[in-house]
Unconditional design. Structure first.
Length: 294
């Protein structure tokens, strides 16, 4: 037997079995009684025998009909459960969100929003994959995350980028470099000092390198480190000057543990970006989360 049976045949069969009446089934399905009768006849022909027999009160199931009904009831229950699950997801009583973001963006940007969202929708499960911006974009195109939180500028024809919070890069040093904070330093002069950089491969390192290159400045870092937190710790201990996001070291600047060294030219502002796949709809849970970031 093939799999070309119309689902409407099963629907008619189900309601005739439930009501024991062709007329009652027709009313439930909002079709005519002859249409129900014709559908049952087609189903019986396909099954190779009768599924109902007539009684004084209407119709009743044959032995074969009773066997079929057990499976049809289970199938319809599964359909109902599926509809209920989708409704719950749309009402944010369940569901999952998969987000990609770097360690730094997760800590300094995403975490507060995660707290807000979890408090509002505790039954939605949130999965975070910590990767660099290039790796996050690859995960997005592979369908392994729903959206990414990335450092801009970034570009990809398959991905739509929406600007979020502004970022301002700056040069900082520990207390031993306090004398440099009094005057604006020409960008080329940074070569005179030990410099702390992020490791190559991430979008921030690429952005810093690009800015320096556009101003004809070539440098050799004293240290190349794996995270912004390490950059800050090394700068605090006087190992050198580091490029960081000003907002990420606001407390250290306020306390005087770090000092900002003004540059000429200064870094232009950039943005955190929200990356989504073009033409791919987001789940209700993801949409509701992204409304927090607007």
């Amino acid at each position: 037997m093939g799999m070309d049976i119309n689902l409407e045949w099963y629907r008619s069969f189900y309601w005739v079995a439930q009501t024991g009446s062709l007329t009652a089934a027709a009313e439930r399905l909002n079709i005519t009684q002859p249409a129900v009768s014709h559908t049952i006849k087609q189903l019986e022909e396909k099954m190779g025998g009768p599924l109902f027999f007539r009684t004084s009160r209407g119709v009743d199931l044959t032995t074969e009909g009773k066997v079929l009904l057990r499976f049809i009831e289970q199938a319809f229950q599964n359909v109902e459960m599926g509809e209920r699950a989708i409704a719950e997801m749309n009402n944010l009583n369940s569901g999952e969100i998969h987000i990609g973001a770097s360690d730094t963006l997760c800590k300094y940007y995403l975490l507060s929003y995660l707290e807000q969202y979890h408090e509002q929708y505790p039954n939605v499960r949130i999965h975070i994959t910590n990767r660099t911006t290039p790796e996050t974009l690859t995960l997005l195109k592979e369908g392994k995350i729903d959206f990414g939180i990335v450092s801009l500028p970034a570009s990809d024809k398959q991905i739509e980028f929406r600007k979020s919070t502004r970022l301002q890069d700056c040069l900082v040093g520990g207390k031993g470099f306090r004398h440099l904070a009094d005057n604006t330093m020409p960008l080329a002069n940074i070569k005179q000092y030990p410099l702390l950089f992020l490791e190559p491969g991430g979008s921030t390192r690429k952005y810093i390198d690009g800015f320096l290159a556009s101003n004809h400045v070539t440098i050799t870092p004293e240290f190349e480190l794996g995270s912004v937190d390490l950059l800050v710790q090394f700068a605090l201990r006087g190992f050198g000057l580091a490029f960081v996001i000003r907002d990420y070291v606001r407390e250290e600047l306020k306390s005087g543990e770090l000092v900002e060294i003004p540059l000429d030219p200064p870094f232009p502002e950039r943005n955190i970006g929200i990356a989504t796949l073009r033409g791919v709809p987001l789940s209700a849970a993801s949409k509701s989360f992204l409304t927090l970031l607007d």
